[in-house]
Write a new protein. Structure first.
Length: 184
């Protein structure tokens, strides 16, 4: 709902007359397109084949479970959340490859946005630490991993704790402990 309001006010500031109902109806298909693009970016970041990225985007576009959540008029949080999930993973891989605080901060920012939009954020909360742990266990520890993980964890936890319905859960509940356990 906040996303719809932000889009509405941004378009009104640009003097584009639009009705909030139209934004709500078209929000899911718009984020569905962004999700396909995010899948393309994620796959391109992980492979050297641009055709693999196109194939990933096509598969994202024809996944039945996602189609049902991204049709026009389907005003639910999954349309935004799945885009944020895929884009956060893309930013995580980008941060790991470059060891950049900027990319890790963007990853934490989009993670915070996902925390605000969907309760399934715990998936990212657990997958990124598991990925970091596997990298350490397989001998692929580097300063890039250290910079990326510590930046993501610190900023992401602060962002999550600023969401009213989450509060102090990121440092109190068992589903968040893998992230804390990996923190150096």
């Amino acid at each position: 709902m906040v996303t719809s309001g932000a889009i509405y006010h941004a378009l009104r500031a640009l003097t584009i007359p639009v009705d909030i109902r139209n934004i709500c109806v078209l929000l899911a298909p718009a984020f569905s397109g962004l999700t396909a693009f995010a899948a393309y970016l994620l796959t391109n970041e992980m492979t050297t084949s641009p055709s693999a990225g196109l194939l990933a985007a096509a598969f994202m576009g024809i996944t039945p479970g996602y189609i049902s959540r991204s049709v026009a008029g389907s005003y639910d949080n999954e349309a935004i959340a799945i885009f944020l999930l895929v884009f956060t993973f893309f930013l995580w891989i980008k941060a790991l490859k470059l060891g950049s605080i900027l990319w890790a901060s963007l990853c934490a920012l989009f993670y915070g946005y996902m925390v605000a939009s969907w309760g399934g954020y715990a998936f990212i909360t657990n997958m990124l630490p598991v990925h970091a742990l596997v990298l350490v266990a397989t001998g692929r520890y580097s300063t890039r991993l250290y910079v990326s993980y510590t930046t993501w964890y610190a900023l992401g936890t602060v962002a999550a704790m600023n969401i009213p319905f989450v509060g102090f859960l990121p440092i109190k509940t068992s589903e968040h402990m893998p992230a804390l356990g990996n923190y150096p």
